[in-house]
Structure formats: structure tokens, C-alpha cells
Design a protein around this ligand. Structure first.
Ligand code: PLP
Length: 623
């Protein structure tokens, strides 16, 4: 393609996107395809000779589009919004066009400097303290754009881990770092996103997952008790991640209580994950959620969720950038430049070296909408959720299961007085499965207070009251059919229900299965308790003073029932001694082709724990 053809095709592509956006309503919101559908439609090998652009685009429409889930569809109410404001799409286009890789200031000064400035603009707009802003007089802080909220949590934990080990090494200079690492323990609520657990797995540290209160909010006292208990047992608290706007039910951990608790412990890093809710703090009426932010060491939010900005755009701020970069710095000669002592080099702020010019989309968004335009969008998003909440509350077959603070409403069928919790869960699961299978609207489940609930999120940028009413009509139609229909699913006895589910599992598309099981959306609820200590009677260890502390002394105490510890990589091993097909759900479901060894092989595992997961040849559905 030469520049003249690009000029033409580029305009055609913009036209294609515009037509896609304006005709979205005519498409089914979720695809009706089976895994491997595309493999059957495409050749097994890349073409040897160049192909005609029009033919390629025809295949986009006829082969790829039928497998697309339309996140911008007015009937898409799953997950959280995925921004795609036009100015941000144009920002991405320009970034791709410029094609620079901004890993250091010298690699593309504007790329670095615009990012610093955009993060300061955003930080001020949402109300972060000046300590988080790079250009504030005397500040050691600053912000960066990462690829995802998961990366923001990971790099914060990596920084906290380096800091924690450094502190312990200072106290116990002769103790091996590996042993010091085994003492570190992080904390989050059961409502925290699973990315905190993933970060703990990558960092190879223990994570204690705490029970929030009845509103899904982690309280200071719960954290304090856990940290004190662990410290007494010889663990070293080093990182706490709290959430403002949780994924399951948009609850808020109690930052004003948690902040002072964390500060009582030396060098514990407090991270605040506001991936979804953070953009709402642009509005003065939501800023109160940030109370206590002055205690935090780092904060992240995704404008690609609630600020109409296209993926990827995850913002992370720290109040001490030196603590962050000292955990991540590597400095080969070929990356050094003569300004690297005075300029910010973003290669030290994350995992990848190479980075796109992502600040361009913030630049276009902030200037095109202005803060007032973005506030208007956030307000309408929240107002429509409140409207949906009212509709649910008016129908006494349903109940609302969360405090609706932003754009997410969790609701469910109440069930009859004679029905057990499990039967009511089944009924709601059936309702959601039927709705999703129809392709009329799309929602996902979650677990709230251990019960199956349906999440309804206002997603579409230009959603109206009418869209909310249409969604509610569809939901109530399916509910009526389920509650009053001839087969009365809830009256089935257990055996019939089991057979029915097994048959459905075969019939349903991969997609419907994926969105109907809350364990998949919230793997945190699929947890097993940690292994019991081998010698429960042995006294809890003090922080090690010698490198050869016996293994039995390193065993942690059994945690309280209200919380459990996620052991690094524990899920790899959790079913190894049982049926090899009984994989942890998140793997089994996605069929990543990770297979555990057969029971016969488990004895080999005990001599070599690293040998447990086996990889097989990738399949079309492998991730
Ligand atoms: N944190 C919270 C509170 C979330 O809601 C999500 C995703 O929805 C994440 C983290 C993970 O976000 P990402 O996909 O950007 O890693």
C-alpha cells in the first residue's frame, strides 16, 4: 500500500467505522458462534501473494464481524464500559501514524512530556493530592500510562516488594533474599479484582484476602487485626491494595479507616485501585470517595472504562517515583542518553520497554470534551443506573443487591419463601443464561454476599432512558417466562436439574457458558483454603535471623475463617492429587490446554514442584 492508496483506504476505514457505529442496533449484541468458527472460515496459512484490499475487507464483514461481541451496542450491559470516544480513536490513529516508541525522553521527547502533562491534568481534575503530580514544586511523584489496571497493580506491588526486601535486608543483612521474600505478605479484600491475586502470583508473595463488611467494603479494623496477627506470626506486611468501585458490585473500601491503619506499619505500600470509578471523581459530587487518598502511595484508574477513552489507557500515579523506578530499572548502554539524569524515562515505570504515544488520546479527549463534557457523560451514566434501579425496585419479583453509587446495578429474582438459596441461585443463573442465549441483551453475573446476582451496567456512550426501558422489558419478559412458563425450571428436582444443565453445557455456545458462571468472572470466589501447616503445634516463627530456618518453622498459622491466603501458584497444584480433569475453573473453562499431570505423576511432583503444569500443543481456542 502506498501513501496514495492509504489516503483512500484510510478514509474508507473511517466510513466503515461510522457505518458500523450507526448500524450497530441492527446486529445481534453477542455472536452466535462456536469455538473454532473462524478457523473453519480462513485458510490455514498466510497468503503468499498480496491480496486485494476489497477482498480483505469483505472477509472482515463476512467472517470476522460474525464473531465480534459488540461492546458499543446499546443492548450491551456487561462488564464495565469500554470507551471509544471518537477523539480518542483519532488519537490512537495518530499515534499509530507517528509510530514512535517512547521508552525514554530522548526516544521521543514529546511522547514523554505530553504523558507527564496529561497525567498532571488528569490528576488535578480528579482531585489527587499535589504529591502525586510530577510538575508540582518539590514533588517526587508523577503519573504514567500503563497498558492495563492489572499492570498498574503489578508494578505497584513490585515496587512495594523491592522496598520491603530492601528494608528487611537492612535489618537482616546475612539472610538470603529468597527467605526474606517468603516472609512478605500482601492484603486485599475478597471484592478486589483478581489482578491483585495475579500480581501476588507473579511477585511470588503471599496474599491475604480479607472479608469485607455487608456492603462489600473492607474496613480498617479487619485489616488491622489481620496485619497484627500476621506480624505476630512472623510475616512481614508489605502491601495493601484497596478498591474504590469494585468489579462485582461497585463497592468502596473504607480508605479513611484503612489509611491510618496502614501507616502504623513500617514501610507498607498502600495502593488504591479505582479502575472503573476513578473517572467519576471528575465530578465534585463523587470526589468524597477519595477521602483518605493522602495515605496512599499509588492510585490507578482506567479512562478507557468510564472516560470514553479507547483501550488501552490505564493511569497510575505514585507519590514517590524513585521507589517505583528503583524496583524496575535496568540500564544498558544502548538506552542511555545525555538527559537521563534530568528527564523522566518511562521505560523504568513499567514492564515493557517499548511504549506507544498513548497520551495523544487523552490530549484529544480532554480538549474535545473538556472536563465539563466528561462530567456530563459520567452524570448521565449514573442517572441511567439509578433509573434502572428504580425499575427493579418497582417489581417485587426482583431485588437490588448493591448500593448503586455509579453505573452498576446488581439485581436478582427474589424467589419464593420455600426455595433454598441454591435454588434461587439456579433460577437466576437460568434467567441470565436464557437472556444471554437470546442475544437480545448481554449481561454478566457476579457473586454478592456469596449469592448469584446479575450485573447490569450502563455501557453505551449515548444510552437513553428508552434503552434502559428496552433492557428492562427484555429482562422481565424472560423472568415471566421462567417463573410462569410450562416447564417451571425451579420446580425441577435436583437430578432433573443436573441432567438439564449437563445437556445445556453441550448445547450452549462457549460464549454463553463464559458469561453465565460467576466463578469465571470472579475467580476469587473459586478459592480453596491454604494448606494446613504440617506442624500446627510448632510456634510461629520470628523474622528469620539465619538462612537455614527449618521448613516446618516457616509454615504460616492457619488463617481465620473470614480470610484466606492465596499461595503463589497454589491453583496450579490444587487438584493435582485428584482427578486430572478437575482443573481449576478458570483453566478448565477457557481450555488453555494447560493440563496437570495425572494422579500417577503426582509423586514425581513432590520431588519437583516445578514440573506440575504441562503444556500441550496449542489449539485454536488456546489463549
Ligand atoms: N481493577 C478493577 C476494579 C476492575 O474493575 C478491573 C477490570 O474490570 C481491573 C482492575 C482490571 O482491569 P484491566 O483489564 O485494565 O487490567
Amino acid at each position: 500500500m502506498d501513501v496514495e492508496e492509504f489516503r483512500v483506504r484510510g478514509k474508507e476505514m473511517v466510513d466503515y467505522i461510522c457505518t458500523y457505529m450507526t448500524t450497530l442496533r441492527t446486529r445481534r449484541v453477542t455472536p452466535s458462534v462456536e469455538p473454532g468458527y473462524l478457523r473453519a472460515a480462513l485458510p490455514a496459512e498466510a497468503p503468499h501473494h498480496p491480496e486485494n484490499w476489497d477482498d480483505v475487507m469483505d472477509d472482515v464483514e463476512n467472517k470476522i464481524m460474525p464473531g465480534v461481541t459488540h461492546w458499543q451496542h446499546p443492548r450491551f450491559h456487561a462488564y464495565f464500559p469500554s470507551g471509544n470516544g471518537y477523539p480518542s480513536i483519532l488519537g490512537d490513529m495518530l499515534s499509530a501514524g507517528i509510530g514512535c516508541i517512547g521508552f525514554s525522553w530522548a526516544a521521543s521527547p514529546a511522547c514523554t512530556e505530553l504523558e507527564i502533562i496529561m497525567l498532571d491534568w488528569m490528576g488535578k481534575a480528579i482531585g489527587l493530592p499535589p504529591a502525586f503530580l510530577a510538575l508540582e514544586e518539590g514533588s517526587k511523584g508523577g503519573g504514567v500510562i500503563e497498558g492495563s489496571a492489572s499492570e498498574c497493580v503489578l508494578v505497584s506491588m513490585l515496587a512495594a516488594r523491592a522496598n520491603g526486601i530492601k528494608r528487611l535486608k537492612h535489618q537482616f543483612p546475612t539472610v538470603d533474599e529468597g527467605l526474606l521474600l517468603s516472609k512478605l505478605i500482601a492484603y486485599c479484600s475478597k471484592e478486589a479484582h483478581s489482578c491483585v491475586e495475579k500480581a501476588a502470583m507473579i511477585c511470588f508473595v503471599k496474599l491475604r484476602i480479607l472479608q469485607p463488611d455487608e456492603n462489600g467494603s473492607l474496613r480498617g479494623e479487619t485489616l488491622k487485626e489481620a496485619m497484627e496477627e500476621d506480624e505476630e506470626a512472623g510475616h512481614v506486611p508489605f502491601f495493601v491494595s484497596i478498591t474504590l468501585g469494585t468489579t462485582s458490585c461497585c463497592s468502596f473500601d473504607n480508605l479513611p479507616e484503612i489509611g491510618p491503619v496502614v501507616r502504623k506499619f513500617p514501610s507498607v505500600w498502600l495502593h488504591v485501585d479505582a479502575a472503573y470509578a476513578g473517572s467519576s471523581f471528575l465530578c465534585p459530587e463523587h470526589k468524597h470517595h477519595l477521602a483518605g487518598i493522602e495515605y496512599a502511595d499509588s492510585f490507578n484508574t482506567n479512562p478507557n472504562k468510564l472516560m470514553l477513552t479507547s483501550f488501552d489507557c490505564s493511569l497510575l500515579w505514585v507519590n514517590n517515583r524513585y521507589l517505583l523506578t528503583s524496583a524496575l530499572v535496568v540500564d544498558p548502554l544502548y538506552l542511555q542518553h545525555c538527559y537521563d539524569h534530568t528527564a523522566i524515562d518511562y521505560r523504568h515505570w513499567g514492564v515493557p520497554l517499548s511504549r506507544r504515544f498513548r497520551s495523544l488520546k487523552l490530549w484529544f479527549m480532554l480538549r474535545s470534551y473538556g472536563i465539563s463534557g466528561l462530567q456530563k457523560y459520567v452524570r448521565r451514566h449514573c442517572e441511567l443506573a439509578k433509573y434502572f434501579e428504580q425499575l427493579v425496585k418497582k417489581d417485587d419479583r426482583f431485588e437490588v443487591c448493591n448500593q448503586v453509587k455509579l453505573g452498576l446495578v446488581c439485581f436478582r429474582l427474589v424467589g419464593g419463601p420455600d426455595e433454598t438459596d441454591e435454588q434461587i441461585d439456579e433460577m437466576n443463573k437460568k434467567l441470565l443464561t436464557n437472556i444471554n442465549a437470546s442475544g437480545k441483551i448481554h449481561m454478566v453475573p457476579a457473586s454478592v454476599r456469596e449469592r448469584f446476582v446479575i450485573r447490569f451496567c450502563v455501557v453505551q456512550q449515548h444510552a437513553t432512558r428508552e434503552d434502559i426501558e428496552i433492557a428492562w422489558d427484555i429482562i422481565t419478559e424472560f423472568a415471566t417466562e421462567l417463573l410462569e412458563g410450562p416447564d417451571k425450571e425451579r420446580d425441577l428436582n435436583e437430578e432433573r436439574a443436573r441432567r438439564h444443565r449437563a445437556a445445556l453445557a453441550h448445547k450452549r455456545s462457549f460464549f454463553v457458558r463464559m458469561v453465565s458462571d460467576p466463578k469465571i468472572y470472579n475467580p476469587a470466589i473459586n478459592k480453596t483454603p491454604p494448606p494446613a501447616p504440617t506442624s500446627p503445634s510448632s510456634p510461629p516463627p520470628a523474622v528469620p535471623t539465619t538462612p537455614d530456618t527449618p521448613d516446618s518453622e516457616l509454615q504460616p498459622p492457619t488463617p481465620k475463617q473470614s480470610s484466606w491466603i492465596s499461595w503463589p501458584l497454589a491453583f496450579f497444584f490444587q487438584s493435582v492429587d485428584h482427578d486430572p480433569n478437575d482443573l481449576p475453573l478458570r483453566f478448565r473453562h477457557l481450555d488453555t490446554m494447560v493440563r496437570l499431570k495425572s494422579p500417577g505423576a503426582s509423586s514425581r511432583r513432590s520431588s519437583s514442584p516445578c514440573a506440575s503444569p504441562e503444556r500441550r500443543a496449542p489449539s485454536p481456542s488456546a489463549h
